[in-house]
Design a protein around this ligand. Structure first.
Ligand code: IPE
Ligand code: IPE
Ligand code: MG
Length: 259
């Protein structure tokens, strides 16, 4: 219950983004371009995840959020879906110990009830093992949808209201925000989508309200630390205003002596 909107305070221009959220897109096209099956792209994609997690940890990013499987991805051919699930299991088996050793906290958000029992257990165990870690928080969004998130938040809130009714039934943004699946994190500063598409595809709809957007044609398997640095540089050159004028923002970052 620590949610506060990050749009209330303006981070300094040139600061490293505290929270980076990525739609890792283009695995299939990366493979097709090489006359390989799409699954080869997903396998390569996992390697790219490893590189970006490490790069973010080194650069002092606090939160990295990765869209791994959307609520709409069940529409893909059954063999691709089952391979993605298997990859998820293998990645957990291989990576969790390493993450733990590097003080990384792992969170998995989304409607996990649709995953098989073994995978759900592995996720719970990985989260538990890394819960107290103080370094980078890596959130994997799996069977996640932005609309699902808002609706599940509202449903939880209604349940709490039923248990303890309030005299003013109106819901505030801050209150609903505490029920969102990523209430433990500030909203993303930088949103990246690889693979050339310029859409949100039902990712973090609520939380991206004031994020800076960065789109690149680079396919996810090719997105390395150098590519990440380009996106961070782009972010660092932007002035975030959250509705204010540029003059107000400049004033705030270098306040004049008032007497
Ligand atoms: C993203 O790559 C990975 C997932 C959605 C799981 P895609 O598989 O969407 O790759 P493209 O967009 O077909 O190239
Ligand atoms: C979005 O990619 C979801 C993930 C990267 C997990 P998609 O490739 O599924 O998005 P659309 O369907 O092209 O918008
Ligand atoms: Mg895609």
């Amino acid at each position: 219950m620590t949610h506060t909107s990050s749009t209330k305070e303006i981070p300094a221009v040139g600061a490293i983004p505290k929270h980076i959220a990525i739609i890792m897109d283009g695995n299939g096209r990366w493979a097709t371009k090489r006359f390989l099956p799409r699954v080869a792209g997903h396998v390569k994609g996992v390697e790219a995840v490893r590189g970006i997690v490490e790069a973010c940890a080194r650069r002092g990013v606090s939160y990295l959020t990765l869209f791994a499987f959307s609520s709409e991805n069940w529409r893909r051919p059954a063999d691709e879906v089952s391979l993605l699930m298997r990859l998820f299991v293998t990645a957990l088996e291989k990576e969790v110990a390493k993450m733990h050793a590097n003080d990384i906290r792992l969170k998995v958000v989304g409607d996990l009830t649709r995953f098989d029992a073994q995978l759900q257990k592995m996720i719970a165990a990985a989260e538990e093992k890394t819960a107290a870690n103080k370094g980078l928080t890596v959130t994997v969004c799996a069977n996640y949808g932005g609309r699902w998130d808002i609706v599940q938040a509202m449903n939880k809130l209604l349940k709490d209201r039923e248990a303890s009714p309030v005299s003013t039934p109106q819901v505030t943004e801050d209150e609903l925000g505490t029920y969102l699946s990523m209430a433990y994190a500030p909203e993303p500063d930088l949103f990246i989508r690889t693979g050339g598409e310029t859409r949100i595809s039902n990712f973090l709809l609520w939380q991206l309200a004031y994020s800076e957007f960065y789109f690149t044609d680079t396919f996810w398997p090719d997105f390395d630390a150098a590519a990440l640095d380009l996106s961070i540089q782009s972010y660092q050159n932007r002035e975030r205003r959250f509705g204010r004028t540029s003059a107000q923002v400049t004033e705030q970052s270098s306040p004049k002596e008032s007497n």
